[in-house]
Design a protein around this ligand. Structure first.
Ligand SMILES: NC(=O)c1ccc[n+]([C@@H]2O[C@H](COP(=O)([O-])OP(=O)(O)OC[C@H]3O[C@@H](n4cnc5c(N)ncnc54)[C@H](O)[C@@H]3O)[C@@H](O)[C@H]2O)c1
Length: 274
């Protein structure tokens, strides 16, 4: 299938994980790719494979985002699809933190199963620093806003376009141990609905994906609780990046021409009320 033939698509955080899978699927469906990542080597590796161009930029830096979209305008003169995928879990610099939260979840499970009092607590909000809170909101919320604003300049002139924002089950269900991440993802879902209403009159669609637990570097530190996450997921497994990429293909394609302001949730049934 060539569902994205003749479309120019920019994927942020496209150098690894879900973003990389989206870039590869988009290419297979005929799109021309611009692969963004904070890490230049990652962006270049994927861009080479999908015969696209790479642009290293921090999506939380509005000037860098503006330069990236200027480069898109110069090279392609248009943008049909923006995928706001770049994201962090907040434990990148300190994987031990994620492992600690996994250990807390396991300890609480054991305490509940044994019928005793819960003596282990996550205390993530208590321990969260101003800096970590702000960086989380900056990458997810500022990044989604900055890229959307620049993309809209191109899409409004064309009178067409599709924007896909990466939410999460955490944006609605919450998650002990990830207050900033949940706030950021909830904000992305609300932003999606607001912008979808605003730009519908310009022929631009805006939707979100809210994946469940997906096997990427982001979730690797959760290995100790993997069995628990699988048990909580009706389909009995973690998702693959490709499970999410297919949702992005659909939302980006003309097949989703009557779909805007929606949240598509490839989550194995973990939650059924997105
Ligand atoms: N893995 C999951 O279980 C899961 C579930 C729900 C939602 N998500 C979301 O999906 C998206 C992708 O997650 P993933 O699991 O593929 O993560 P990942 O860590 O495997 O990949 C994220 C990529 O984004 C890049 N990136 C990080 N900060 C950036 C920035 N400021 N500017 C540009 N690029 C940046 C990283 O360098 C990396 O290449 C994120 O928004 C994440 O919150 C992931």
């Amino acid at each position: 299938m060539q569902r994205l033939a003749d479309k120019v698509a920019l994927v942020t955080g496209g150098g690894a994980g879900i973003g990389e899978a989206i870039a590869r699927r988009f290419r297979a469906e005929g799109a021309t790719l611009v692969v963004n990542d904070l890490d230049p080597a990652r962006a270049e590796r994927v861009a080479r494979d999908v015969e696209g161009s790479a642009f290293a930029a921090d999506v939380a830096d509005s000037a860098a985002v503006r330069r990236m979209f200027e480069a898109v305008r110069e090279r392609h003169g248009r943008l049909d699809v923006l995928v706001n995928n770049a994201g962090i879990a907040g434990h990148e610099a300190d994987p031990a933190r994620a492992e600690r939260f996994a250990a807390v979840a396991l300890a609480q499970l054991q305490e509940r199963m044994s019928g005793g009092a819960i003596r282990t607590h996550a205390d993530a909000t208590l321990e969260l620093s101003d800096e970590d809170w702000r960086r989380m909101l900056a990458v997810h919320l500022d990044g989604t806003f900055f890229c959307t604003r620049e993309a809209l300049r191109l899409m409004a002139a064309q009178g067409s376009g599709a924007i896909v924002n990466m939410g999460s089950i955490m944006g609605t269900a919450g998650g002990a141990g990830a207050p900033a991440y949940c706030a950021a993802k909830g904000g992305i879902l609300a932003f999606t609905r607001a912008v979808a209403r605003e730009v519908a009159t310009r022929g631009i669609r805006v939707n979100a994906i809210a994946p469940g637990w997906i096997e990427t570097a982001m979730t690797a530190p959760l290995a100790p609780v993997r069995a628990m996450l699988e048990m909580q997921t009706p389909l009995g497994r973690l998702g693959s990046p490709d499970d999410v990429a297919w949702a992005a293909v659909y939302l980006a394609s003309d097949e989703a021409g009557f779909v805007t302001g929606q949240v598509l949730a490839p989550n194995g049934g973990w939650t059924m009320n997105q």
